[in-house]
Ligand binder design. Structure first.
Ligand SMILES: NC(=O)c1ccc[n+]([C@@H]2O[C@H](COP(=O)([O-])OP(=O)(O)OC[C@H]3O[C@@H](n4cnc5c(N)ncnc54)[C@H](OP(=O)(O)O)[C@@H]3O)[C@@H](O)[C@H]2O)c1
Length: 363
């Protein structure tokens, strides 16, 4: 039996309150202050992962810091907490640990964590990229966009996930805009895209402006608050929101029935998996980064895999191949915690067509 661990942490204090209801009545900063002192712990035993080639079990290990704290607290302190969580995983017998949510965003994206642990480490970002692109392309197709001619925007393009998403999409696309706050990093990436794919891309630090004409958006920034609101998108836009916490405001789902927002990287796991902990997904489904950790364990590839901010297209292709071999696959479309059927997508497409027509008629 192969063994892995996956580090999870509360995205915000509402996540803490789901596990510890008494905290609901306390001010946010008080809850964060208290949880800063709580040591990492085992959260649950994960069982039932079975494929034609191998079996695996694992553990959720918890690092009790919110996304905001992971970004705002001193890096050394956050590293220490994540490494302590890795020690819990080592004691449980895991041979590889996946870094969930912001534990893979902190500092050098897993490199320092891996150096300080005896077990292998991965951020899970290669499989996250593979499934985000697969999902976004299929959703775009269903909404009537041709990826080769569509206006594509990547928010967070210079990040670990965004960069390799950009390089992969640039092989097919003809109109791309890359968005991040640091202009120098954007210029460097634009030069790399031109050199590797021949495509000349636009760059900007203005999220709202970039979205005005966007038909396909990959949202993968590490912003801790939402950055896409209901007024930002044009009718018929498709947004693949890979970020956790989300980049897209829930108000988009409430106020815009003519755009399609899908979650990136929701994966069906082979076997009868029991996570022993409710992280908000239906039974049998995992985030792509969790799935990458499982796949590496199933393959007995106990080696550091996706680390740092320079992932390669080769890594993305390799993990996709291995995941497919073991029977992992994209789990349909989900949007704000619920499944989206192809009939619903058809309705969104029709409403978008109507809105565009009304806009033309109004002059
Ligand atoms: N769904 C999944 O399975 C899964 C798996 C792994 C990670 N994730 C999530 O994916 C997101 C990104 O992860 P990562 O590892 O790629 O992070 P990263 O390497 O830190 O990259 C973050 C990117 O976002 C940009 N950014 C940050 N704040 C921004 C803002 N306010 N406006 C515009 N751009 C902004 C950064 O550039 P600047 O600093 O220059 O702005 C950078 O390009 C996180 O939310 C993470 O939790 C999801």
């Amino acid at each position: 039996m192969e063994k892995f661990a996956f580090l999870i942490h509360p995205l915000d204090v509402r996540d803490v309150a789901r596990k510890f209801p008494f905290t609901r009545h306390l001010p946010e900063r008080v809850v964060e202050g208290v949880f800063r002192l709580v040591p990492p712990m085992k959260l649950s035993h994960i069982t039932g992962i079975k494929t034609p080639y191998s079996e695996a079990e694992g553990w959720f290990v918890s690092c009790p810091l919110t996304a905001r704290q992971m970004i705002a607290l001193p890096e050394k302190f956050v590293y220490k907490r994540i490494i302590q969580t890795g020690r819990v995983a080592e004691k449980l017998g895991a041979k590889i640990m996946g870094l969930g949510a912001f534990s893979s965003v902190v500092g050098d994206a897993g490199v320092t964590i891996a150096k300080n642990l005896r077990i292998a480490v991965t951020t899970g970002n290669s499989y996250t990229v593979a499934t985000a692109i697969e999902g976004a392309k299929e959703a775009a197709r269903l909404m009537g966009h041709d990826i080769r001619t569509a206006e594509i925007v990547i928010l967070g393009a210079t990040g670990s996930i965004g960069k390799v998403c950009t390089l992969l999409l640039a092989r097919e696309a003809s109109k791309m805009t890359l968005v991040a706050r640091n202009k120098a990093n954007l210029e460097e990436l634009a030069a790399k895209v031109l050199y590797e794919t021949g495509l000349s891309v636009k760059i900007t630090d203005n999220v709202k402006q970039s979205l005005a004409n966007a038909q396909v958006v990959i949202a993968v920034t590490s912003a801790t608050d939402t950055i896409i609101g209901p007024q930002d998108l044009m009718p018929g836009a498709v947004v693949c929101d890979v970020a956790r916490p989300r980049n897209v405001s829930r108000r988009v789902a409430e106020e815009r029935d003519d755009v399609l927002v899908i979650e990136g990287g929701v994966i069906e796991v082979p076997g009868e998996i029991d996570f022993g902990f409710d992280f908000g997904f239906p039974p049998g489904m995992a985030y792509a980064c969790m799935a990458e950790t499982m796949v590496l364990a199933l393959e007995r590839r106990y080696e550091n895999f996706s680390l740092g901010r320079d992932l390669t297209v080769g890594q993305v292709e390799e993990i996709s191949r291995l995941a497919k071999k073991h029977g992992f696959k994209l789990a349909g479309f989900r949007s704000f915690e619920r499944a989206v059927s192809s009939e619903e997508i058809e309705q969104v497409k029709e409403r978008a067509r109507q809105r565009r027509k009304e806009a033309v008629n109004m002059g």
